[in-house]
Design a protein around this ligand. Structure first.
Ligand code: ZN
Length: 148
């Protein structure tokens, strides 16, 4: 134990003034953050990562859906289609015709005991008949939709 010990063993790097008070710590200056530092601490930095975000957008996988032939659903409503007879783009004209379903309903009504006139009800109800799609251009039948 000889000689005075240093003022601060392993002391700070900053110089000490006469009063022994260290100079104020240099805080980051207020205002815009220094470059390279995220503006919002704690939020993932979106920029400044080359090859990450840009790579994701450039490798967008384009799913090519297989070409499926559009099957025209000929039901009760008129259908826009191409006439197979005159090859014209048409909207089919529909009318009702007695079909298998009509006769089945008629038979069911007979089996449950309805009289003769009740059996004729299906022939008067369009909901029991088949739907005939015809071409308004050439008057040819395009399709027939049966309910059975
Ligand atoms: Zn036609």
């Amino acid at each position: 134990m000889s000689g005075p010990p240093p003022p601060y063993p392993g002391g700070p790097a900053y110089p000490i003034d006469n009063k022994g008070v260290p100079p104020p710590v240099q805080y980051p200056p207020p205002g815009p953050p220094p470059p390279g530092y995220p503006a919002h601490p704690g939020y993932p930095q979106q920029t400044g990562q080359p090859g990450y975000t840009q790579g994701q957008t450039s490798t967008t996988v384009v799913v090519q859906q297989p070409t499926i032939a559009v099957v025209q659903q000929f039901r009760e409503a008129p259908v826009q289609t191409q006439c197979p007879h005159c090859a014209a783009q048409i909207v089919t004209a529909t009318h009702y015709d007695n079909g298998t379903f009509t006769w089945v309903i008629c038979l069911i009504l007979c089996l449950v005991g309805c009289d003769f006139f009740c059996c004729l009800i299906p022939f008067c109800v369009d909901g029991c008949k088949d739907v005939i799609h015809t071409c308004p251009n050439c008057k040819a039948m395009v399709a027939r939709w049966s309910r059975m």
